[in-house]
Design a protein around this ligand. Structure first.
Ligand SMILES: Cc1ncc(COP(=O)(O)O)c(C=O)c1O
Length: 411
């Protein structure tokens, strides 16, 4: 840009403009149709939300009841790394769950898993660096990459392979001189894929050979079906120096609003860098950490019960959707999402139409168009569905979808 005399003498005359980062920040495909859903509700239409991973399962009473025991008269900042009690409760969770002893200085409490992702991106990338991700991927990785000034480089996985990890050649091909990390989501949002040990070992070897960090987003760790086991990247031998795990209480305890998670790493330098970022934002939510301690009294039967409930919902969804002509999906192995290919050319247009033009017996469904989970043009006729509603509501939603697809085809 050439400066004029006016710019120099009176900079205000140049006017204000937002940063490139602000302009490039993508809207969330999960939330961007929300205003249309609100309008539909205002017209009296009931909207079944299949678009967002907001479980309807109650947050355990042992957590909610903690608030009644709060004696503090001042709601203080907590330590930037988290309260000692909360960090201890996470240490005993990892010991129980993964049989792993982690030091307090390897676990950093964060404002949801979201902040742990942002801290990891900022800690490993300079402006313009690349992070590789399996596509389709959790759409908000793009938002965090935009905030951290780095690029998301997709490596495509295919529905016909159950969205399992792409072969090594594709990773090698997508590598650039500026690649700093791979981010995996395991169990996967939006695909419901659970990676096996061999896949994790392969990707860890790839990271080791190319000097990359492996960021493993494990916020759905508990949710695996048909007797599967989710393997944590913390369990990969010899990967201690380059693994960063993103964790969260949001889904584990159906407590999304608590905004509490953790970044776990055995790389001391990386932990220290993230701690300095954490000091900059002062502290993770104090009340949330106080409430979280309540989870210590939950036994394995709590998780087992919740997982059984989600597996039943997964079965209802899979059976229902696959019985609709032209709808294709893989049976999800974990998390509570699936990618479904619909018999429409443009799934976003269909998702909008569902909210603006369609209703059946006073109700409609809200879907997340899958294009926001891709960087490439794939996924145009796909949607992401979250099966977080109770069985009866899921059955109604599937019926609505069946009727809607028939009507949409005729329009
Ligand atoms: C894959 C994935 N990672 C991270 C998050 C962020 O979770 P939190 O609520 O802990 O910020 C979500 C939330 O839906 C998610 O699906």
């Amino acid at each position: 840009m050439t400066l004029t005399i006016d710019d120099v003498m009176n900079p205000a005359a140049r006017g204000r403009s937002l940063s490139r980062r602000a302009e490039e920040m993508p809207a969330s495909p999960i939330r961007k149709l929300a205003p249309l859903a609100e309008l539909a509700k205002a017209r009296g239409t009931r909207v079944y939300h299949l678009n967002i991973g907001q479980p309807d399962i109650e947050t355990p009473a042992c957590m909610r009841d903690r608030l009644k025991t709060l004696e503090s008269t001042v709601l203080e900042y907590s330590p930037s790394s988290g309260t000692p009690e909360f960090i201890r409760s996470l240490q005993s969770y990892y010991e129980r769950r993964l049989g792993m002893q982690l030091a307090a200085g390897q676990i950093l409490a964060t404002t949801g898993g979201s902040e742990a992702i942002l801290f990891s991106f900022m800690a490993v990338c300079d402006q313009g660096d690349d992070i590789m991700v399996v596509e389709p991927f959790y759409a908000n990785y793009r938002a965090f990459a935009a905030m951290a000034g780095c690029n998301i480089v997709p490596v495509v996985s295919r529905g016909r392979d159950g969205f399992h990890l792409p072969p090594r050649e594709l990773w090698e091909r997508a590598l650039t001189p500026r690649t700093k990390a791979v981010i995996l989501c395991n169990p996967g949002n939006p695909t419901g894929t659970v990676y096996n040990r061999e896949e994790l070992d392969d990707i860890a070897n790839f990271c080791r050979e190319h000097g990359l960090f492996l960021i493993s987003d494990e916020v759905y760790r508990e949710f695996v079906y048909d007797g599967r086991k989710a393997i944590s990247a913390l369990e990969i031998e010899g990967a201690e120096e380059f693994v960063i795990v993103v964790d969260s209480l949001s889904k584990r305890y159906s407590a999304c609003g608590i905004r509490l998670g953790a970044l776990v790493t055995r790389n001391g330098e990386l932990y220290d860098a993230c701690l300095r970022m954490a000091q900059g934002r002062l502290s993770p939510p104090g009340l949330a950490q106080f409430i979280a301690i309540g989870a210590e009294s939950l036994g394995d039967d709590y998780t087992r019960g919740v997982v059984e409930e989600y597996q039943r919902r997964r079965d209802v969804l899979f059976e229902g959707l696959t019985s609709i002509p032209g709808v294709f999906l893989q049976k999800p192995e974990g998390a509570f999402y699936c990618i479904a290919k619909l018999p429409v050319e443009d799934a976003e247009d269909f998702a909008v139409w569902l909210l603006t033009d369609f209703s059946h017996e006073g109700a409609t469904v809200m879907l997340a168009p899958a294009n926001g989970f891709y960087v490439s043009p794939l996924g145009k006729s796909e949607v992401r569905i979250a099966y977080v509603l109770k069985e009866e509501d899921l059955r109604t939603s599937i019926q609505l979808l069946r009727v809607a697809l028939e009507q949409y085809r005729l329009k």
